[in-house]
Design a protein around this ligand. Structure first.
Ligand code: KIV
Length: 273
């Protein structure tokens, strides 16, 4: 197994992500939702930790990302922020908190920044929420855009299949990406779109693109931690590479513990006072 750890221990900033794009250094990004896992991920050298609204699925057990609330996102983000010494911490604005009412969107954004200590926000959507994004950026809050498959719009799409395969949708995506850059976003996530379109977007923008299911030409990659560590089950899209099988490892450890308790093997004489 080959490993990589940057010698540069300075805090990652939005400015440094721009420099990484310029010198063609790929950006690593992974989700985390609690202090313990975020500490491990930060110490391993991750560039960006995303407190994704995928927490709705992998932490809260919901079927979609829609139910998670602003309060729940803030609660989770607080632990991650405390853990991240080097990584930039980006927090998702949950469904309904940024949807066409710029004043309310700014209020929600300020809550995440103030109460969780987030360093940047991620927002799903393009031209439809341009005014919201502008207001948030104007208030001094860094924003990462999110285009392509936007899970908060699952009820509109009706399916989690690859987006922007047709000309009209790919043209809109390209124009939304350029708009996000003009508005001042510092990066944009491209989820589940054809690799050639992601390449075109990446080459058209000065800001970094971070892909998930968008091929190898984006400036960085992001995965959901539970998926890449093999904790989640029954989710195996083509783009997902599993780096561990923690589900089996945890299951074996827990079974061993149960067996040791039942057989009175645990605790032994050295494990008591
Ligand atoms: O919520 C999330 O985890 C995300 C990533 C999949 C990009 O938005």
């Amino acid at each position: 197994m080959s490993t990589y750890k940057s010698e540069d221990q300075r805090k990652v900033t939005t400015h440094r992500l721009a420099e990484m794009k310029q010198r063609k250094e790929k950006i690593s990004m992974l989700t985390a939702y609690d202090y313990s896992m975020a500490s491990i991920i930060d110490q391993a050298g991750m560039d960006v930790i995303l407190v994704g609204d995928s927490a709705s699925n992998v932490i809260c057990g919901n079927v979609t990302t829609l139910p998670i609330t602003l309060d729940e996102m803030i609660f989770l983000a607080k632990g991650v922020v405390k853990a991240a010494k080097r990584a930039l911490v980006v927090v998702d604005m949950p469904f309904g908190s940024c949807s066409g009412n710029p004043r309310m969107s700014l209020e929600a954004a300020i809550r995440i920044m103030k109460e969780a200590g987030a360093e940047a926000l991620k927002i799903e959507g393009g031209v439809e929420i341009a005014e919201d994004i502008k207001k948030i950026i104007d208030a001094g809050i860094p924003v990462m855009g999110h285009l392509g498959l936007m899970p908060q719009s699952i009820n509109k799409y009706g399916t989690y299949t690859v987006r922007a395969k047709e000309d009209a949708e790919s043209e809109k995506l390209l124009s939304d990406a350029k708009l996000l850059e003009e508005l001042g976003c510092f990066a944009v996530v491209l989820e589940k779109i054809p690799a050639q379109l992601a390449k075109q977007v990446t080459e058209s923008l000065k800001i970094p693109t971070i892909g998930i299911g968008a091929g190898q030409h984006t400036d960085g990659q992001v995965l959901v931690m539970q998926d890449m560590l093999g904790i989640s089950q029954g989710f195996s899209p083509r783009f997902l590479r599993r780096y561990a099988d923690l589900n089996s490892i945890i299951n074996m450890a827990v079974q061993q513990y149960i067996s040791d308790v039942k057989s009175c093997d645990f605790p032994n004489e050295n494990e008591q006072y």
